[in-house]
Ligand binder design. Structure first.
Ligand code: NAD
Length: 424
């Protein structure tokens, strides 16, 4: 059996464990699991830049291309001090499942550079970004592999990637990266897309299980890019957002919070706890928010907040995971047994990559979309896909938590494509 250098990485091992669980639900054989456990290609590159002080600095980066059965690889590039080859491979595998589950014509990829970007000047960051992308230029392309931002990368860095790649290939390759600045073919609506998608999946689950979203109470844990727009759209669609937290604490008003006012307070004072109005109660313990008597809970901050310790006190009937990994596997099973619908991160927070596909598709046709058109398209795609996944879960995998069903559905879609292509 092949032994790869990333196999001892704990994040990679976790990804393979999840794959194995999905494979056992599907009854996949060991040889197929083995084929899915490894990336099709893993590229390691060395990047040297000239620091502002005249010294040379060396960085290691990767691009992992996990699976392309459904289309070009797609996934972000992160700049973090602890990045490893194993983590990059694991994240690329998760992108394969996420893109397949979202119903997008993409495989899965992920990139990383081991660097603390906060220690670089803007010029050094630009040199690093251009050299990293030049080093992987032969591996990417609008029909091959389409990166996007991830942790500590942003639209400006995408603009440098796009420019560097376009110079190398000799044409304006709009479709080589997504989440570009609006001036370079990006979409303004990208900013809201993950939060919008989270709200949308909660809305559709409420239609299925609670008779609709109107009048249902919501608590949102974390009020950054994801939580803010999830709260905004849920309120817009008639839900009553009663509680919101950030790292400093939470605010709670059973009659409902004014979201636009909360956004203003967050932007002006850096924390929602400075919000005043109505009968609002303020607490500095943001974890209490998870246990409030609400219909819908949106964890949108960090991982592992719903655990064996607090799950018995969680009262929500629907949990829409905006954050990655907010529920531990043990808590997930307990919630499932209690009849709580946990819309897994892999499904609920796919709005960003879905909007990326919308950007990519229109870039390739050479046309722009208005914000309203892009959002309408996102809503249509995600709503249709949510119901497909939900119905398949109910029909075929209802003894498992929705998360396991989601993994099974995603792996099944990839395996079917591999079979049709004659790979397995
Ligand atoms: P963000 O930095 O904009 O906001 C994070 C929010 O969580 C802030 O309100 C912050 O105060 C709060 N927070 C941070 N640490 C906390 C702690 N220890 N306890 C309680 N609250 C804390 O981040 P974001 O982009 O909104 O991402 C949130 C989550 O969603 C992350 O898990 C991220 O991986 C995931 N996610 C984001 C996107 C995206 O497009 N932004 C896409 C998919 C998944």
């Amino acid at each position: 059996m092949y032994s790869a250098p990333y196999e001892n990485d704990p994040v990679y091992q976790m990804a393979v464990k999840q794959l194995r669980e999905a494979a056992s639900i599907l009854g996949l054989s060991e040889d197929v699991v083995e084929a899915l456990s490894h990336p099709e290609k893993l590229v390691q590159v060395k990047i040297t830049i000239r620091r502002d002080n005249g010294k040379i600095a060396t960085f290691i980066g990767w691009r992992s291309q996990h699976n392309s059965a459904l289309g070009p690889y797609k996934g972000g590039i992160r700049y973090t001090p602890n990045a490893t080859a194993g983590e990059t491979v694991a994240l690329s595998m998760w992108m394969t499942w996420k893109n397949a589950l979202a119903g997008l014509p993409y495989g899965g990829g992920k990139g990383a550079v081991r660097v603390n970007p906060k220690e670089l000047s803007q010029r050094e960051l630009e040199e690093l970004s251009r050299k990293y992308f030049a080093a992987i230029a032969k591996e990417v392309g609008p029909d091959i592999d389409v990166p996007a931002p991830d942790v500590y990368t942003n639209p400006q860095i995408m603009a440098w990637y796009y420019d560097e790649y376009s110079k190398i290939v000799g044409y304006s390759a709009w479709g080589v990266v997504t989440a570009k600045p609006v001036e370079l073919g990006g979409l303004q609506a990208r900013v809201i897309s993950t939060g919008y998608g989270v709200a949308l999946t909660a809305r559709e689950a409420a239609r299925k299980a609670l008779g609709g979203i109107e009048g249902k109470t919501v608590a949102v844990h974390g009020f950054g890019n994801v939580g803010m727009y999830a709260a905004k759209y849920l309120a817009k669609w008639g839900a009553i957002v009663v509680a919101i937290s950030d790292s400093k604490g939470y605010i709670y008003d059973p009659k409902g919070l004014n979201i636009d006012e909360v956004i203003k307070v967050k932007e002006q004072t850096d924390s929602v706890v400075n919000y005043r109005g109505g009968d609002v109660k303020v607490s500095n313990n943001h974890m209490e928010l998870l246990e409030l008597p609400v219909d819908i809970l949106v964890p949108a901050a960090i991982e592992n907040v719903i655990t064996q310790d607090n799950v018995s006190r969680v009262k929500a009937k629907i949990i829409a995971e905006g954050a990655n990994g907010p529920t531990t596997p043990e808590a997930d099973k307990i919630l499932h047994n209690k009849g709580v619908i946990v819309i897994p991160d892999i499904l609920a927070n796919a709005g960003g990559v879905t909007m990326s596909w919308i950007e990519w598709a229109h870039n390739r046709m050479g046309c722009y979309l208005t914000d309203d058109e892009a959002i309408a398209r996102l809503d249509e795609i995600m709503t249709r896909n949510f119901h497909k996944v939900f119905d398949e879960w109910q029909k075929k995998y209802s003894t498992y938590p929705m998360r396991m069903a989601a993994y099974a559905i995603a792996v099944d879609r990839v395996v079917k494509a591999m079979k049709l292509r004659g790979w397995i």
